[in-house]
Ligand binder design. Sequence first.
Ligand code: NAP
Length: 328
Amino acid sequence: MTDAPTRNLGNLEVSAQGLGCMGMSHGYGATDDAQSMATLHRALDLGVTLLDTSDFYGAGHNEELIGRAVAGRRDEVVLATKFGFANRLGEPTLIRGDAAYVQQACEASLRRLGVDHIDLYYQHRVDPRVPIEETVGAMAELVQAGKVRHLGLSEAGAQTIRRAHAVHPIAALQSEWSLWTRDLEAEIAPVCRELGIGLVPFSPLGRGFLTGQYSSVEGLAENDVRRSQPRFADGNLERNLGIVAKLNELAAAKGVTAGQLALAWVQHRGNDVVPIPGTRRQRYLEENLAALAVELSPEDLAAIEAAAPVEQIAGNRYDATSLTFVNS
Ligand SMILES: NC(=O)c1ccc[n+]([C@@H]2O[C@H](COP(=O)([O-])OP(=O)(O)OC[C@H]3O[C@@H](n4cnc5c(N)ncnc54)[C@H](OP(=O)(O)O)[C@@H]3O)[C@@H](O)[C@H]2O)c1
């Protein structure tokens, strides 16, 4: 393991960049466990400690894969997983945050991961039918029982975060944050900072789009979730390509890739920010980690933001149903 840079999420020390493991089981087309395992081991060898998964990814497959990857190396890893989607991918969304479900979901995740505790346990989406106090109260019991070390929320709104934090300290908020998704900046990130809650941006590469490798949905698998996301829909994708063209120009001038520039921009949001770019491939993992060394001046940051004006992004980040469960 190398001496990779670290950051803190609340009181939890993690590598300055984590690895998003979702695509190894779910959402982005065909998967290959041998390739994913090699990428996971390479990440650990390079000093990545934060591995991000969920019971939802591949209906448990992702947790089992990660459990196998960390066997024998448990102490090197900060294992982060999530509960809350009680449906499978493709079925109507069913969010559950009731106390009985929290207990049951945690036991199932521990079993699949093959570990006796989870380092960071997130509620994946807030259950609108259950008071957050009940959900976080149940999560706090898991901490008291030694099954979970730190608590997190994902896509929670500012008031929910305050109420949750009053029940038990929240270490991290994991929400979408990238050059083309900045809605948490106005109200949510400031509340997290006031309360000492770390920020974990998911999809920091805009689901790959900001790398410039996706100029059409043609190359995507039939079951790739991006095919049904508004920003990748006909017309919108073409309009959004203008952002990538400008990012490519700025990246070339700095001798980096567009993806590295987009990641470096997220990393420059603050020392309490730990992005978790997702990849199945060692090559992308290494490219993404190298973004930690990209230094951006205030002029660079302004030019990058001018290349991706939020009001010019075509399409919502999620479909209408999924949007009802974010920032809530
Ligand atoms: N809390 C939540 O609700 C939530 C939602 C979404 C995601 N997440 C978490 O956040 C993680 C990251 O988000 P994400 O995977 O949706 O999006 P992302 O990190 O923005 O992008 C991932 C996509 O970009 C591609 N990619 C990665 N590095 C690349 C590079 N250097 N050059 C070209 N392409 C590259 C990946 O390809 P390959 O896979 O082919 O390598 C994958 O298709 C997930 O793995 C998951 O753990 C959480």
